[in-house]
Design a protein around this ligand. Structure first.
Ligand SMILES: NC(=O)c1ccc[n+]([C@@H]2O[C@H](COP(=O)([O-])OP(=O)(O)OC[C@H]3O[C@@H](n4cnc5c(N)ncnc54)[C@H](OP(=O)(O)O)[C@@H]3O)[C@@H](O)[C@H]2O)c1
Length: 242
């Protein structure tokens, strides 16, 4: 059976993606940094769907932890056919108050992790005969920038460059794509005031926030689309077109 590693799959978009992959016939390595119980529940849901799951606590911003995650998946499933670099954090702060260490932390978790996990997985992906690919989870803010989270927006922009670079580097063996979500209802966006939600919704033509499953669907498409590599799929309800 094909197997996938989904970083940050205890909650939100990563959880929905792990469950989608299981529904599509993949065994899944569920990864978390601190939410062990939630990750175990995701694994139980995967097993209920008839697929295998392992749970690996690993801070993927640490390259040793990233390699340990990939090794655990390869050992458990006999290989790795797909990687979803989803783990991410954000922080709302203007540049005047932004500490260099906070900038570095965001880059470590959002970008360096994708490099480390992909590098560790590459030998397994190259050995896969199951349409291997990597999908990186970027953001609409990679395109627009963000006044109160320049480090987050920069990290998501860097992910798009990493995506195109790896797509060229690994071709024709392994495809690499990115998904760039708009506003999605998860813990990451749960701190919005009613006024902020009204303003955000006014900018979304389909008149709703994204659901984690909307992003999982796009990731599943990129996983299966054998003629698509180096591409960014924007999934944002029309908030940014083109
Ligand atoms: N929600 C949105 O509107 C939105 C929009 C655009 C892009 N995105 C991107 O989509 C991805 C998922 O976001 P989300 O909204 O689903 O976030 P979320 O609900 O806050 O979940 C974040 C996930 O990442 C994990 N994680 C964080 N740091 C980690 C680390 N160092 N090592 C391993 N796992 C780590 C968390 O694990 P724990 O549970 O253990 O903490 C959790 O599973 C992120 O890359 C985010 O930037 C989100």
């Amino acid at each position: 059976m094909p197997a996938t590693v989904v970083t940050g799959s205890s909650r939100g978009i990563g959880k929905a993606t792990a469950l989608r992959f299981a529904a599509d016939g993949y065994d899944v390595a569920v990864n978390y940094r601190s939410s062990e119980d939630a990750a175990e529940r995701v694994a139980e849901e995967i097993r209920d769907r008839g697929r295998e799951a392992i749970v690996v606590g690993a801070d993927v911003s640490d390259s040793d932890d990233a390699a340990r995650l990939v090794d655990a998946a390869a050992d458990a499933f006999g290989g790795v056919d797909h990687v979803v670099n989803n783990a991410g954090i954000d922080q709302h702060v203007h540049t005047e108050s932004l500490e260099p260490a906070d900038f570095d932390r965001i880059m470590d978790v959002n970008v360096n992790s994708a490099f480390a996990v992909t590098k560790a997985a590459l030998p397994h992906l190259r050995a896969s005969e199951d349409n291997p690919s990597v999908t990186n989870v970027s953001s609409i803010l990679a395109h627009t920038g963000a006044a109160i989270e320049c480090h987050y927006a920069s990290s998501k922009g860097a992910l798009l460059s990493l995506t195109r670079s790896h797509a060229r580097d690994f071709a024709p063996d392994v495809r690499v794509n990115a998904v760039a979500p708009g506003h999605v209802e998860t813990d990451m966006t749960s701190d919005r005031t009613a006024e902020e939600r009204r303003d955000e919704l006014a900018a979304i033509p389909v008149d709703r926030y994204g659901r984690p499953e909307d992003i999982a669907e796009a990731i599943a498409y990129l996983r299966d689309a054998t003629f698509v590599t180096g591409e960014t799929l924007n999934v944002n309800g029309g908030e940014r077109m083109g």
